[in-house]
Design a protein around this ligand. Sequence first.
Ligand code: FAD
Ligand code: DHB
Length: 389
Amino acid sequence: MKTQVAIIGGGPAGLLLSQLLDLHGIESVVLERRSRDYVLSRIRAGVLEQGTVDLLRAADVGARMDRQGEIHDGVEISWHDERLNIDIKSLTGRGVMVYGQTEVTQDLYAARDARGGTVLHEAEVTAIEGVEGDGVTVHFTHEGEAKTLTADFVAGCDGFHGPSRKAIPESHRQEFERAYPFGWLGLLSETPPAAPELIYAAHDRGFALCSMRSPTLSRYYVQVPLSEKLEDWPAERFWDELRTRIPADVAETLVTGEPLEMSIAPLRSFVSEPMRHGRLFLAGDSAHIVPPTGAKGLNLAASDVYYLHRAFDRFYNHGTSEGLDAYSETALSRVWKCERFSWWMTSMLHDFPETGAFERRMQRAEFEYLQMSETARKSFAENYVGLPY
Ligand code: FAD
Ligand code: DHB
């Protein structure tokens, strides 16, 4: 099999890239290790920045999002029972869109199908060759057989555990990491959201988040130590813990129900530099991970894809490799600023094992600074709605 751009990974980054390339007349093949049902069963991100929304519209996959997604003009941060509403719309002129990653992925699959795009499922990439040469060969297994895909370039959109990043020799790669000693236990339930806006809640017992997918579907998280096991968290225990950590007036009216899904996600900050080596370009979680506190993971995958599809467009349609040459530096500049915001928001709101009296006062001071200063709220809002591309 032969194509122009071989795309490894059929998550949001890989699918969005293939759709945008197609709209610019560039061929690609997407190789995805899992089945389509498996990819669609993963409950992940829920908040889209304006830039992501605009990019999805430009990719012709915005129609259902515009009908069913909810635009939010504000977001709340709470400290025990104190609530602070940050009016992101009046501070920045922009809001965010609440629309789940599952829905985005479903819309992208539908669009690829409608345009006759090739997305191979249960196609596991085992090796990538020729990255430093004149063309690449991607080896993969599909339907029990070993197969190859040859291409001009390869886009590594295969997430944190995929093979693409590791195809860059260690001597050419530098990794920066901070692992956090806790995770988020998430619960999805068919119940009305606890409040109209998302609430990021700081509490001495640990962080909690009230989020939603629709007027009838809610998503909640509580910070848990990494040692926690899912089986030790029956729904009742989760609801009790959540009620303790969120403001009392919200807890009083919280509607609970049977969980549709529960899972634990570890928290990590990670960046691998550079994001390009020869004919290999990394995008999304394959190159960087943020802790989920700022809702940036999926949005960063989208901004990478924005830069990368434009670079391929300039190469194939305008005969210049300038965009490809600048890709790593351009993408990383935005990545690091989002890493900073996600790290900062995580630091402000979570209970760290090493949190002593001094650190707790620092966290409280951050909260009070946001309460008293419009400048601080504006800086928060500018980051939360998404830095410009
Ligand atoms: P992925 O979505 O990981 O897609 C990569 C794809 O590559 C996968 O489908 C994988 O199967 C495929 N792949 C891997 N190896 C191979 C191979 N060898 N061959 C072929 N295909 C391969 N972000 C938030 O903003 N909020 C959240 O609440 C949130 N929760 C998260 C929970 C979890 C458990 C995880 C892992 C991430 C979460 N994120 C969250 C982050 C967000 O979901 C990611 O940033 C986003 O999915 C990145 O998209 P991606 O396409 O780069 O990677
Ligand atoms: C959701 C996840 C996040 O990480 C976040 O910051 C906001 C919302 C969610 O799953 O709804």
